[in-house]
Structures are given as C-alpha cells and as structure tokens.
Design a protein around this ligand. Structure first.
Ligand code: SF4
Ligand code: SF4
Length: 274
C-alpha cells in the first residue's frame, strides 16, 4: 500500500513522501510541496509568488485521499495544510523528509527549505513509519548573521523580531519593528535566512506545475496605493499576501517611503553579509 501511494503521488509530481504516527497512533502520510522556481528579485517572499498554496496543496491532497479510498473503502482520510495544531514541520521531520537548520526551517536534501507541507491522516490504514534523517545543517551561522531583526540566535528564535511575521502583523508598529521591515527589503514576508543557507544552493526546481505558473514577483506599490480595497482584492484574489488586507501592505509601503524621503536612502535585500 505504501508503495502504491508513493507511486500515485509521484505521478502527480510529488516525490517527497514519508509516513509517521500521531500521538494517538494514527497513520500520517506527509508530503512536501516544493515551490522554488528560481530567485528572481522581487519585493515579496518566494512562498507568496504563486497563487495561494493552501488551495494548491489541498487540491493535491484531495486527489491522494481519493486514491487511497479507491483502494480501500474502509479507510477514512482527513487532509491538512497549515490548518491544524499537529505541528506539520515536526511530522515531516519524524517522517524522514528533512533535518532542522539553525534558521528553524526544515531542510530537505533535494529541495532545500522552500516547500510547503501537506498531511493526510488516515483511520483504518496501518503503514510502517519512516525514521528521521540522520543529518544536521552545516552550521555556518549565515542565517543568524544576516537576519535583519536578530530574531535568530544559537539558542532560539524570537518571532516578535522576525520581518516576515512583522510584515503581516496588523496595526501600527514600533520604531524598532519598522526598522526590521525596512532592513529586510521585503514588502511581504522575508526569505533572507533561507536565501543565504548553503543547503538552498543548487536545489531542484519545483516539479509542480501550479507553483511555476501565474507568478507575481513584485507587488507594484502604485497599485496598492491607488486601488480601492475591493479592487485590490479582486485583482489579487487567491493570493497569500491578501489575507491580512490591503492596509498592512500600505503600512509597509509607508514605512519605506517615509525613510526614503527622510534620508534618500533605500535598503536592498540582496546585500548579505559574507
Ligand atoms: S525570515 Fe527574515 S527576519 Fe525572520 S528569521 Fe528569517 S531572516 Fe530573520
Ligand atoms: S545558513 Fe548555515 S547555520 Fe543557518 S540553517 Fe543554513 S547551514 Fe545551518
């Protein structure tokens, strides 16, 4: 059965598959959905350039769950992508799909850390669980050195200083928080701790067509400023960067434009420390 599932997933372009168990001993099928299609410069994070990954991952997981049920009618399946408290990253780790980096990302040997995780939890299906990879990250510290908010350290991760988190936070930001977004150079998200990681060099591009098509690399700032809230949502419907509303993006633009007019200086998100 495990081999049949592996082959079916592969026929959909999903090659990274592992099995683990929940605390309640339910079988969890874990799949990675790589999204890397090159690192063309832009002001939004790589993960948000394709149409919303939740919709794409769900579509594939539904196909896989349908296939499993076609093999054995008594199996019931629940699908998950970012919508549960199970801790998908840890499930993917225990299913042998990656190892942890100091940037707190899970790193897959073939696709690096640019992937989403989708799970199918099955009742009535017993499969042998996989084991974690016996591997650790290179430990170069580049992610820690280059983090614009000093959110990463040898001892942990402070999400309150993470540019990705702050760029999506609603409301007014403190001066220190604004500085972090400004330093990151991104309007939405932040990829710096992944971009500098040697495990993300020479990785394979995504084999999944949905992550290669209809990409937006940069959000035109004029568009966000000039479009009404409704027109903005209509134009960018089905995109991950719309889920917090237009005002969050407007605020991020304002942070940048205020600083440019203050000192005529613009940050560049490619000037990493070496
Ligand atoms: S996403 Fe950016 S700000 Fe957040 S930990 Fe990584 S480098 Fe730091
Ligand atoms: S940048 Fe270096 S220390 Fe950070 S996760 Fe990658 S290999 Fe590990």
């Amino acid at each position: 059965m495990k081999e049949k599932i592996r082959l079916f997933a592969k026929s959909l372009g999903i090659t990274e598959f592992g099995v683990t168990l929940t605390a309640a001993n339910k079988t969890v099928l874990v799949f990675l959905f790589p999204y890397y299609c090159g690192n063309k410069k832009g002001n939004i994070s790589l993960y948000a350039r394709s149409p919303d990954y939740h919709l794409i991952v769900k579509k594939y997981l539904e196909k896989i769950a349908g296939y499993i049920k076609s093999l054995e009618i008594n199996i019931s399946c629940e699908i998950y992508c970012d919508n549960n408290s199970l801790g998908e990253r840890e499930l993917a780790y225990t299913a042998g799909l990656g190892f942890y980096g100091k940037n707190r990302m899970l790193i897959n040997p073939t696709y690096g850390s640019y992937f989403f995780i989708g799970c199918v939890i099955c009742d009535g299906l017993i499969l042998k669980a996989d084991t974690p990879l016996n591997k650790i990250c290179a430990g170069c510290g580049m992610c820690i050195k280059n983090c614009p908010g000093d959110a990463l350290s040898e001892n942990g991760f402070d999400i309150t200083k993470c540019a990705s988190e702050l760029s999506q936070k609603k409301g007014e930001l403190t001066e220190a928080e604004k500085q972090i977004i400004l330093k990151s150079g991104f309007l939405w998200g932040c990829d710096i701790c992944q971009n500098v990681c040697p495990h993300n060099k020479n990785i394979k591009l995504t084999p999944i067509a949905d992550f290669k098509e209809n990409l937006i690399f940069s959000l035109p700032e004029d568009d966000i400023v000039s479009l009404s809230g409704r027109a903005f949502l209509k134009k960018y419907t089905g995109r991950a960067f719309t889920w917090r509303g237009k005002n969050v993006l407007l605020r991020n633009i304002k942070i940048k434009t205020e600083r440019i007019s203050d000192n005529g200086n613009q940050n560049n998100n490619t000037s990493y420390k070496r």
